[in-house]
Unconditional design. Structure first.
Length: 242
């Protein structure tokens, strides 16, 4: 039976999905930036289809997710590798240009990126699904909140792509956030295994991510304005000596 409170629960789940997925959105935006611009939206579109399918299956078997602590460990290792490679294995002159997507596991660059998007979705979806299960016992309520949350997250990613393409220095800020996310996932895994006795509150993680992003954005905008002034000055100088 459908109750008005079910729709309130769905709205809360959508809001929680948005809060829990702030880090996910940044990671996915960086992943697809390596593709040509015309392929970025199709990659996210295919990613939505896969995310819907996984969310449906995972919600049906939510109790299994409780035992999948190794997924967070694997995700933390991969995200740490991405941030380490960006800051220490890439030429500082070119690192603000997202690295081109590469073939992987026999797949071309486009489909390899789609697969990486799906795997990243799986890592980040676990918390959202478990929150949904804790808030409602109705499958359709949990699933509706999760799927609408995915749509909202993809809209956020679209805006992030526009900003990062306009302000390339934001790429550094994005990888700082990715490093933080990898550390957070690792701490969550260690806490789950009983190796550490503290948890990072979601509000703290979200505040830190917003702070890093805003700082990076202000720096990138300042850098872009300075570059524009220098370009205009050079142009005027050339015109004077014509």
């Amino acid at each position: 039976m459908v109750h008005p409170g079910d729709f309130v629960t769905i709205a809360l789940l959508v809001a929680l999905e948005g809060l829990l997925s702030a880090d996910n959105a940044m990671v996915l935006a960086v992943l697809v930036l390596g593709l040509p611009k015309r392929q970025q939206k199709p990659a996210l579109r295919y990613g939505i289809v896969g995310a819907f399918a996984f969310r449906t299956i995972a919600t049906l078997s939510a109790y299994v997710l409780i035992r999948l602590g190794w997924v967070k460990l694997a995700g933390a290792a991969y995200l740490f590798y991405l941030s380490f490679r960006h800051f220490f294995m890439t030429d500082p002159e070119t690192r603000r240009t997202p690295p081109p997507a590469k073939p992987w596991l026999g797949l071309n660059a486009f489909w390899a990126t789609v697969v990486k998007v799906e795997l990243t979705d799986i890592v980040f979806a676990i918390d959202s699904i478990l929150v949904g299960v804790a808030m409602s016992q109705k499958f359709w309520v949990i699933l509706s909140g999760g799927l609408l949350g995915i749509v909202m997250m993809r809209l956020v990613i679209g805006r992030l792509l526009v900003l990062i393409e306009r302000y390339p220095p934001l790429v550094d800020g994005a990888f700082v956030i990715i490093f933080w996310v990898s550390a957070k996932l690792m701490l969550e895994f260690l806490n789950r295994e009983g190796l550490v006795r503290f948890e990072i509150p979601n509000w703290f993680s979200l505040t830190l991510i917003v702070g890093i992003f805003v700082s990076a954005f202000l720096y990138a905008r300042s850098h872009e304005r300075k570059r524009a002034r220098l370009t205009a000055l050079e142009q005027k100088t050339k015109e004077m000596f014509k």
